[in-house]
Design a protein around this ligand. Structure first.
Ligand code: SAM
Length: 322
């Protein structure tokens, strides 16, 4: 097993199925331009072989499929078919939910039983100005249908001053009423925000500020979470839970077990590092040839992890796999 001096190893893999997205979220990208050429993206089979090799080489246990927007990719269904047989403990999907109604039957048939849906507001006007694509009603309908079909839903919201701070409590109440777990993600210094400190600081809402805002409306207490969990978890007695991924306020680098594989075949060991390691050319090699090379690259990727704190990076989340 590949382990670093702090005892960290890769357990959780995020695969970006495509860098393309039907949104252009204001905190993710400066505009909706395509950042990766379609012909540079790997096939479903190649990506699934990559996952299989990483399971063997790094001991990956859990997989999250992300992007870009995974539900717009024709690779999703064939990819799910292969990885379903890899013996992973958990396979989950992060989506903006826009196409959820249409893809629900396929996801259920592939054995997906939990989803993270990114949703930053319940206000249609704010939705348009943040997501810059899609429509709110389709996302809400998709979540309702997925929940009725038995899927567990977590909602990801990035609270931002000047955009959706007034939505923190309404969205929390909406989620509590429906049994969805809301997770607030502190705004991260990624992509264009890593290059514009003023824009970042203007919008950033800290854990403390967020909890104070929620505390004006709800009594809550901290709840236990898994050791390598990235989210702090809170219980509102009798109503449910919410979480906060406090990258800036309470960095979790010391316990980070994440590895990312991009849709073009690059491994990223850390969001804060611009280092990346190419495995795209190894995926059609026999296992005995590919595995030792991948193991050497994994040692490098693990060394890319920050010691203490998330410092951000210029890589765009939709390219690296958010
Ligand atoms: N399209 C899918 C979606 O919308 O969930 C998956 C990709 S998206 C890049 C994954 C997550 O990254 C979303 O929950 C989004 O809110 C988050 N994200 C992107 N840029 C971010 C930033 N600068 N700070 C915090 N979260 C960010």
């Amino acid at each position: 097993m590949i382990v670093d001096r702090q005892g960290r190893r890769f357990r959780n893999l995020r695969v970006s199925l495509t860098a393309a997205c039907n949104y252009a979220c204001s905190y993710c990208v400066p505009d909706g331009k395509r950042l990766v050429a379609a012909q540079d993206e790997l096939s479903a089979d190649a990506l699934a072989r990559g996952v299989a090799l990483l399971v063997d080489a790094a001991g990956i246990e859990r997989l999250r499929i992300t992007g870009g927007e995974p539900l717009i990719s024709p690779r999703l269904e064939p990819f799910l078919k292969v990885i379903g047989g890899l013996g992973l403990k958990d396979i989950a999907l992060t989506t903006n939910g826009q196409l959820l109604s249409r893809k629900l039957a396929m996801l259920r048939a592939a054995g997906i039983d939990r989803l993270n849906v990114s949703l930053d507001t319940l206000d249609p006007t704010a939705f348009r100005s943040i997501a810059r694509g899609g429509d709110l009603a389709s996302v809400l309908r998709g979540m309702e249908e997925a929940s009725a079909a038995g899927m567990r839903i977590k909602v990801n919201m990035v609270p931002m001053r000047g955009h959706n701070l007034d939505q923190v409590v309404p969205l929390l109440d909406y989620c509590l009423a429906r049994g969805y777990e809301l997770r607030f993600i502190e705004l991260m210094r990624m992509g264009h925000l890593a290059l514009d400190s003023n824009a970042f600081l203007r919008q950033f809402v800290s854990l403390e500020q967020l909890l104070a805002l929620i505390g004006d409306h709800h009594h809550f207490q901290q709840a236990p979470a898994a050791l390598d969990a990235t989210a702090l978890r809170y219980q509102i007695p009798g109503q449910g839970y919410f979480g906060v991924i406090a990258n800036e306020s309470v960095p979790f680098c010391r316990a980070c077990s994440r590895l990312r594989l991009s849709s073009t075949g690059w491994l990223h060991g850390c969001l804060s590092s611009s280092n990346r390691h190419f495995i795209g050319d190894l995926l059609d090699k026999p296992r005995h040839q590919a595995l030792p090379v991948i193991q050497r690259l994994l040692v490098k990727a693990l060394a890319d992890k920050q010691e203490l704190a998330f410092s951000g990076g210029v890589t765009v989340m939709k390219v690296i796999g958010g």
